[in-house]
Design a protein around this ligand. Structure first.
Ligand SMILES: Cc1cc2nc3c(=O)[nH]c(=O)nc-3n(C[C@H](O)[C@H](O)[C@H](O)COP(=O)(O)OP(=O)(O)OC[C@H]3O[C@@H](n4cnc5c(N)ncnc54)[C@H](O)[C@@H]3O)c2cc1C
Length: 382
């Protein structure tokens, strides 16, 4: 029977980053994915690096009991940007990292008041953000349309290109000694006296620790161990325009939700936030819906009118998975040696740092942040 110390199930950003950090520290790692690496959410996302809270906080008054969770979440996202900066220097390819700052733009007085409330929460937990009026926002982002009346600016936001990033982590992991087995599916697992035996469609693997870095499929796997990971799977799509000369430095989001915009290194404008997309449960294929393209592009044109002169050249869809926000990292109670690794809400942003937190825990090193707010036990009873 094949053996390893740590078996990582899932070859997305989180699984590969985990294999990378563990293998570099000399840990024996085997990663399996039922597909190719980077073929699920990690290879289909918009590459936006988010730090400010989402627009769902616009109408919240930050109840005191939620403030600790918000603080934990912001700490993860701030350190996630630092991790991406490090990776952009370490990895063997250009991951097109650009931390040019992010604007959440408002078109109505209500949205502006919501941004003020949100900024107050963020400042209380120590995040540096700035509220910009119409003249200030126009001065730094002259490409915005006339309906934009203000914005919240977070200097730590930006973008990365998810297509080269995950394969580069996989290459780095393999160079450091990790093994990666593509097209190998975990079908079940059992705890024996001295190990976990992972059953796969290509034979059993005996491991000391098994980490589920399986994104939207994690709940189904953990159910076998009697654990639950509640969350929402959200089929959504992306649009990409033809390339134009560089005119946008920021990540732009709309305070009403449902839009992210940024310009890639090669000039394409990446328009995210399109939903719903349609999941075919029989094949797992996620289809882009024309009505969602139209709705998403209509908001984009409002925010950046010059996009109206560009053609959409590509669309694709994927399944996003959201829990309650912060990452879910650490042991799964009831099965010794079983671990979970699901990144914080914006998982492209937080994937590598979330993986590093768990890697340090697995190696017995004190992680950069206490894992207590991130345990799966927080969902007990939900
Ligand atoms: C359209 C879209 C846009 C997004 N935009 C952004 C964004 O702009 N910014 C941001 O921060 N985040 C964004 N996200 C979220 C982000 O992409 C994800 O949170 C992140 O990629 C999750 O990484 P992961 O490694 O946990 O999961 P995944 O990348 O989904 O990887 C999980 C892997 O597990 C494998 N797997 C599952 N079950 C098994 C099994 N039984 N055996 C073996 N392998 C298995 C799958 O094949 C898959 O490769 C977006 C997501 C989508 C879908």
């Amino acid at each position: 029977m094949e053996r390893t110390d740590v078996l990582v199930v899932g070859g997305g950003l989180v699984g590969n980053a985990l294999a990378y950090y563990l293998a570099r520290a000399g840990v024996d790692v085997l990663l399996i994915d039922r597909d190719d690496v980077n073929n699920a959410a990690s290879g289909r996302n918009a590459g936006s690096l988010h730090v400010q809270l989402t627009s769902s906080y616009l109408d919240k008054e930050a109840p005191a009991d939620a403030e600790r969770a918000v603080e934990a979440m912001i700490s993860v996202l701030v350190q996630s940007i630092a991790t991406w900066r490090e990776l952009s220097r370490e990895l063997d390819c250009d991951v097109e990292l650009n931390v040019g700052g992010g604007l959440m733009v408002a078109e109505t007085d209500d949205e502006m008041r919501g941004l003020e409330r949100k900024a107050a929460i963020e400042r209380r937990v120590g995040l540096e953000v700035e509220l910009l009026g119409v003249n200030e926002v126009r001065a730094i982002a002259p490409y915005l349309g006339p309906s934009i009346i203000g914005a919240e600016f977070c200097p730590l936001e930006g973008k990365v290109n998810p297509l080269p990033a995950t394969p580069a982590l996989a290459r780095g992991a393999v160079r450091a000694g990790a093994r990666i087995a593509r097209h190998r599916t975990l079908t079940s697992f059992r705890r024996e006296s001295d190990a976990i035996v992972a059953e796969t469609d290509r034979g059993d693997i005996r491991c000391q620790r098994m980490v589920c870095a399986t994104g939207a499929w994690t709940d189904a796997i953990l159910n076998r161990a009697g654990a639950r990971l509640p969350g929402v799977s959200m089929p959504q799509h992306m649009n990409v325009s033809e390339p134009v000369e560089h005119f946008m430095d920021h990540l732009v989001q709309h305070a009403g939700g449902r839009l992210t915009l940024k310009q890639g290194a090669d000039g394409h404008v990446i328009i995210g936030g399109g939903r719903p997309a349609e999941l075919d449960p029989a094949t797992g294929f996620v289809r882009v819906l024309r009505t969602s393209i139209e709705g998403n592009v209509a908001i984009a044109l409002h925010v950046v009118p010059r996009l109206g002169h560009l053609r959409i050249v590509r669309t694709w869809a994927g399944i996003g998975f959201m829990t309650d926000g912060p990452p879910v990292l650490g042991p799964v109670p009831g099965t010794e040696g079983l671990y979970v690794a699901v990144p914080a809400g914006p998982g492209c942003t937080s994937g590598p740092f979330s993986a590093r937190l768990l890697a340090d825990h697995l190696m017995g090193k004190p992680p950069a942040l206490d894992l207590a707010p991130f345990t799966i036990e927080r969902f007990a009873g939900i």
